[in-house]
Design a protein around this ligand. Structure first.
Ligand SMILES: Cc1cc2nc3c(=O)[nH]c(=O)nc-3n(C[C@H](O)[C@H](O)[C@H](O)COP(=O)(O)O)c2cc1C
Length: 317
């Protein structure tokens, strides 16, 4: 494990609640931070763009009040995700709003940019960049990112195809900074496994969709409770980049999950209309077999803590 920057120390559990397009909102982020884990949200979830200012005000003010009331157990820091792809026409605006609130952690996806990293450092924040292979990991650190999120096979959203073992061991040969592992992690046992492998944090997404605070429909949450890895389909049809999706939502859209056409990557679009095209196609990772009910974020994080401690004891750590 690496020496962590102060902002990433003192979590109640080594977990980052990952950003979820459309689904993450201030309620989810606040609940994650109050449970002692990093909460995260894509800037693009605030629509129209002007709403980002309101949301960051809500998050920072609510967490500050919480910290005053709970000085012995303050909240964890929050993160905002920026899609650094050229089709994101809001990036400059959203970065300015993040600068106003001195967002402690910025998570960058789909491209690494030196100017973005410098801007975050100028206000005292850190940048974690998500990558799906060792080549992109090198690029991100060369361009000034402080830490990495290794997105392995089986992750929700734009998952990679690499085994988590391969990714982490390759990155740890040259990088000793903050490293999170993403992909199908949904139990405290798996959080400990990520650490044993050499990661500092587990990066958990799909499991948080099935929480009361998440902005997902009841049917989506129930599909996660009911589903397992057999229900997950890997396709590039919906955004131009390969990702994992729930088969029942693909069937509901009138498509055959087993015979999806290939998409044209040049059509990749994270601009104004990107939420609309496949609004009812549900992104999801393979780890959902571990999720058996919809509950609160606090209850889920407590469960992760119990499982994590039990796993440590089992291994006599
Ligand atoms: C519905 C959904 C939406 C996502 N949206 C984003 C996003 O906007 N930005 C991003 O960086 N990652 C996004 N991801 C990826 C997650 O941040 C994370 O890498 C992934 O969920 C981890 O794997 P897991 O779902 O198996 O836990 C999304 C994942 C899902 C399931």
């Amino acid at each position: 494990m690496s020496k962590l920057p102060p902002v990433l120390q003192n979590l109640s559990l080594p977990v980052i609640g990952s950003p979820l397009f459309i689904i993450s909102n201030p309620q989810l982020v606040i609940a994650q931070c109050q449970a002692g884990i990093v909460g995260a949200m894509p800037a693009l979830n605030a629509r129209p763009a002007a709403q980002l200012d309101d949301w960051l005000a809500e998050i920072t003010e609510t967490l500050a009040a919480y910290d005053q009331a709970h000085p012995d157990k303050p909240s964890a820091p929050f993160a905002i995700n920026q899609i650094v792809h050229k089709s994101n026409d809001r990036l400059d605006h959203d970065m300015q709003v993040c600068a106003k609130y001195k967002v402690p952690i910025i998570i960058t996806s789909l491209g690494a940019r030196e100017d973005v990293n410098q801007a975050v450092h100028a206000w005292g924040g850190i940048v974690l960049h998500d990558i799906i292979n060792n080549k992109f990991a090198h690029k991100a650190i060369d361009k000034g990112a402080d830490g990495l999120i290794a997105v392995a096979t089986g992750a929700g959203g734009h998952a990679g195809v690499k085994s988590p073992f391969a990714l982490i061991q390759e990155i740890r040969q040259w990088f000793d900074g903050p490293l999170a592992l993403s992909g199908s992690i949904a139990t405290g046992d798996a959080v400990l496994a990520a650490q044993a492998m050499g990661a500092d944090f587990a990066y958990i997404g799909s499991a948080f969709i099935a929480t009361q605070e998440a902005r997902a429909s009841d049917a989506y949450k129930q599909a996660i409770v009911d589903g397992d890895s057999d229900d997950i389909v890997y396709s590039n049809l919906f955004t131009g980049v390969h990702g994992n999706y729930l088969a029942p939502s693909i069937r509901a859209a009138g498509l055959d999950p087993q015979h999806l056409p290939e998409s044209d990557p040049s059509q990749m679009n994270f601009g104004g209309d990107s939420a609309k095209a496949w609004k009812d196609i549900w992104g999801c990772g393979q780890g959902i077999g571990a999720i058996s009910a919809v509950g609160t974020v606090a209850a889920y994080v407590e469960q992760l803590q119990r499982e994590y401690q039990a796993a440590r004891q089992r291994l006599a750590l």
